[in-house]
Design a protein around this ligand. Structure first.
Ligand SMILES: Cc1ncc(COP(=O)(O)O)c(C=O)c1O
Length: 406
């Protein structure tokens, strides 16, 4: 007997309170699975045609000239720093409200990670504070993070960074499909219109997934060529670059690179997922609207981190700031968890991590806005396959949690 598969595009399913509602998850359909199976049945599992096809589709989708797909967003950040020439003695500045990878990439290169506090309205790096930090530290790179899906103020950051000779790497792990406006024009996250390089992550909770995976985008042919070499051991086969040529098998390792390649299996999934990006982003935005409508009555207890004018967020995350401090946020978190609603906290400020305190010398209190943000933040469930009823389930539980903890 044929069993009917659940219709994953229907947003009107009944509520099941015993079901675990995660804060994020992938959305895969039959055609994603078929795309992967076609590669498994073919000749190339890795280093085949899917990688370049995915890179082209990604570059086109973001309006950048080049994309280099790699094994993770972290690998993308590491290679972007290496391509930017980050090395021992350099400083690389990012925001403390991010995943540790945005700062670790600087340390991987033997350089010193530094931080600039956030703009509390966006939780992105504050360009006004960047000016002072650049005067003090002359950073080699600045790594703004498009936090929660809203692009950082990239034109203002470019203005500061260029005057101080710093290269900009946009950490766009949260913002695939997002837009920002500058002087009457709209630009895509990852287009590198106001940055030198941009990176994405394709971890399952992100907008599209390849299982694990990432990419670096740039408009510079030189950076592109360097990234391709660094992705694969620093090896080149380009006849014009070889110091000698022993035959058709010959290659040279001319710099120290890494094995950060992605597979054709992953890229086939990436191509299939990228076709749905527009639909995924629209669904995320519709869910955010539903949350917003239902939570306005709680304005004294909770503020949502929403897009600012001149930004079109792709809402990787929907973050609520719970008024009343860390203890109340903890009560709300636990109340929801007991009802199988699994929220998350984004992020523990990076400068509070023990490794940073021991090796970089950061201290509690260094970035007070980031620490205040951390005390109240709560990431609510948000992913394209969520139903409208799932949102209602979260908002009802939130209202009860706030009443109980108030
Ligand atoms: C802002 C940010 N940058 C970088 C990364 C690293 O990406 P990946 O997990 O693909 O290595 C993440 C992952 O969560 C992230 O959130």
């Amino acid at each position: 007997m044929e069993t009917k598969k659940p219709d994953r595009t229907s947003f009107d399913q009944p509520v099941n309170h015993s079901q675990i509602l995660p804060y994020g998850r992938q959305s895969l359909d039959e055609d994603d699975c078929e795309a992967v199976i076609r590669v498994l049945n073919g000749d190339w599992l890795t280093q085949g045609p899917m990688v370049e096809a995915f890179e082209q589709a990604l570059a086109e989708s973001c309006g950048a000239k080049h994309a280099v797909a790699v094994s993770s967003g972290t690998a993308a950040l590491h290679l972007a720093c290496l391509a930017a020439g980050v090395g021992p003695g350099d400083v690389g500045i990012t925001s403390p409200i991010t995943f540790v990878a945005s700062a670790n990439c600087v340390a991987y290169c033997g350089a010193t990670p530094g931080f600039v506090d956030i703009d509390p309205h966006t939780a992105c790096l504050d360009p006004a504070l960047l000016e002072t930090a650049c005067s003090l530290h002359a950073p080699k790179v600045v790594i703004p993070v498009d936090f929660a899906g809203q692009p950082a103020n990239l034109p203002a950051i470019q203005n500061v960074a260029q005057r101080h000779g710093a290269i900009i790497i946009e950490d766009a792990a949260h913002s695939l499909g997002a837009l920002y406006e500058h002087e009457g024009h709209w630009y895509q996250a990852g287009s590198c219109a106001h940055t030198d390089l941009a990176i994405f992550s394709f971890h399952p909770v992100k907008h599209i997934t390849t299982g694990e995976g990432g990419a670096i985008l740039t408009n510079s042919p030189e950076l592109h060529a360097k990234l391709l070499r660094l992705r694969s051991h620093g090896i080149t086969r380009e006849p014009g670059l070889l110091t000698r040529n022993d035959g058709p098998w010959y290659y040279e390792q001319q710099e120290l690179g890494y094995h950060y390649r992605i597979t054709d299996i992953q890229c086939a999934l990436g191509i299939s997922q990228l076709r749905k990006l527009g639909r995924f982003v629209e669904r995320r935005r519709a869910l955010v609207n539903r949350y917003r409508e239902q939570l306005t009555e709680l304005a004294n207890d909770l503020t949502l981190l929403l897009e600012q004018p001149g930004k079109r967020s792709s809402y990787h995350l929907l973050i609520a700031q719970i008024q009343g401090g860390a203890a109340r946020r903890r009560q709300v978190f636990d109340f929801l968890a007991a009802r199988n609603i699994r929220c998350q906290i984004h992020y523990i400020p990076v400068h509070l991590q023990p490794w940073y305190q021991q090796h970089v010398g950061t201290r509690d209190g260094n970035f007070p806005r980031a620490e205040a943000f951390y005390d109240g933040c709560l990431s609510l469930p948000l992913f394209p396959a969520m139903t409208d009823h799932d949102v209602d389930r979260v908002t009802h539980a939130l209202k009860a949690a706030l009443a109980y903890s108030g």
